[in-house]
Design a protein around this ligand. Structure first.
Ligand code: GLN
Length: 486
């Protein structure tokens, strides 16, 4: 039998249903791999072994009684940005290094109710601010394809864990690319749903108008399986949309003949030739399946990075004001008075990148600068959204690269925030427009994966999964395993 960690979520589900192995056996297998291999990666902040085995036993009982669903007994890991009842929830910050959440995020609760088994909480950039998973208070995560390289960020621990086969699937969050970018750099499938499709309740807020949770998996099929259980209206999130969740598996196999693919010229302008060639090869696969390629333009897209770096810090400065050393989280030693308590708790609790964002955000929101920066950024945001809307009057989906290049060396961009910010140049526009997008592996450059990004209109997740699955039926990039973790 193929070793369990080589099986996809869907195959593991079949194995459980056919009693080829139990959920307890499966859970033990992954826990053993985490214990043995994670020291090389640092993908986990917390491993919840006892809780996982208890959940696996409950799943095995449900399987025996015939009350199991398609996800019952399947292990997964959660980014440590999701609140988990009774379990440490740190957001990879010293500020929350002692925070045990008193409740579950809706995403966590839904996946648990579907019978899934949480193996642990994964490392990430501090408060999801970063593109390399190096801003974590718990240290950087390493890329399983090359331990000297970054896995991407901010959901780098989730991506590294799934890519190294320490878990069959993971959750992540994407504010400006944090699901798609690490998916691209580790050869995974990463889906950022439409803003409002998945509840943000219990997801520690970074930039509330941009944050969205989604799956990091080994295939579009697995992403469809997981998204179906994550998505849906939640009365506790006023921005979640009250629309039915389709059966994402039902439309996966729909033929792609006649599909109109828009190629935004702005996404290809500065793309390095080797990367562009792999994207073009992927487009060739779609042409063979009967799709039509159409050049389109998103004229305001080049403004998305500066726009994002006004809007996101503004929202972060407001959201992170709740961490004051009083109610929960880190508190400095021996404060002399209240102001000292605030200042030192925040000064010692937050890392450099988080402070940089809070200061930028406070500045752009301050009287006198609000109109020049924040209001202007909101207007440009609308123009970017309008460009996408215009493109979708001509085409069904847009395609382009997910990342400007493959994974870079640890430390390479850490001292240069602007260069780091540019790693998300292809992903950020999607968040500003609230659109869904998926990244799928489309080839390797010098042994390191890169991704193809597929962007759809609002609530077109079904289409994106169908289009991604069509490619994965024709290619095997998504099945490759990092040699050290085979
Ligand atoms: N890299 C971007 C940032 O640093 C996006 C992060 C994210 O999507 N959470 O803000």
């Amino acid at each position: 039998m193929t070793e369990l960690h080589h099986l996809s979520l869907a195959e593991l589900g079949r194995g459980l249903a056919e009693r080829r192995f139990s959920s307890v056996e499966l859970t033990r297998h992954f826990l053993e791999r985490i214990e043995r291999l994670d020291p090389r990666l640092n993908a986990f902040i917390t491993v919840t072994a006892d809780q996982a085995l208890a959940a696996a036993q409950a799943a095995d009982r449900a399987l025996a009684e015939g009350s199991a669903g398609p996800l019952t007994g399947l292990p997964l890991v959660h980014k440590d940005i999701f609140c988990t009842d009774g379990v440490l929830t740190t957001c990879a910050s010293r500020m929350l290094s002692n925070f045990v959440s008193p409740y579950d995020a809706t995403v966590v609760a839904r996946l648990a109710a579907a019978g899934m088994v949480m193996l642990g909480k994964t490392n990430m950039d501090e408060f999801a601010m970063g593109s390399s998973n190096e801003t974590s208070w718990y240290g950087p995560v390493r890329n399983p394809w090359d331990l000297g390289k970054v896995p991407g960020g901010s959901s780098g621990g989730s991506a590294a864990a799934v890519a190294a086969r320490l878990a069959p699937a993971a959750t992540g969050t994407d504010t400006g690319g944090s699901i798609r970018q690490p998916a691209a750099l580790t050869a995974l499938t990463g889906l950022k749903p439409t803003y409002g499709r998945v509840s943000r309740y219990g997801l520690i807020a970074f930039a509330s108008s941009l944050d969205q949770a989604g799956p990091l998996t080994r295939s579009a099929y697995d992403a469809a399986l997981l998204l179906g259980a994550m998505a849906g209206f939640d009365p506790r999130d006023s921005t979640s949309v009250d629309a039915p969740v389709p059966d994402y598996l039902a439309t996966l196999e729909a033929p792609l003949a006649g599909l109109k693919i828009g190629l935004p010229k702005e996404l290809f302008e500065d793309l390095e030739e080797a990367n562009a060639r792999l994207v073009r090869d992927a487009l060739g696969v779609y042409e063979k399946l009967g799709a039509q390629l159409i050049e389109v333009s998103l004229p305001h897209l080049p403004l998305s990075v500066p726009t994002y770096y006004v809007v996101a810090p503004a929202e972060c400065s407001s959201n992170l004001s709740r961490f004051d050393g009083v109610r929960f989280g880190y508190r400095c030693e021996d404060p002399v008075d209240l102001l000292d308590l605030y200042e030192r708790s925040r000064g010692e609790g937050f890392g450099a990148e988080v402070k940089r964002r809070i200061m930028t955000g406070t500045y752009v929101l301050s009287a006198g600068y609000y109109d020049a920066y924040y209001l202007k950024a909101q207007r440009v945001r609308r123009l970017i959204a309008n460009d996408f809307a215009q493109a979708f009057t001509q085409v069904d989906v847009l395609m382009g690269p997910t990342v400007p290049g493959p994974a870079f060396e640890l430390g390479a961009k850490l001292d240069d925030p602007v260069t780091m910010y540019l790693s998300d140049i292809y992903t950020i526009g999607v968040n500003l427009a609230g659109l869904p997008a998926i990244s799928i592996p489309c080839g390797f450059l010098d042994g390191l994966p890169i991704g193809l990004q597929i962007i759809g209109p609002h609530f077109a997740e079904e289409r994106l999964l169908n289009v991604a699955h069509g490619y994965q039926r024709e290619t095997d990039w998504h099945t490759r395993t990092p040699p050290e973790f085979a």
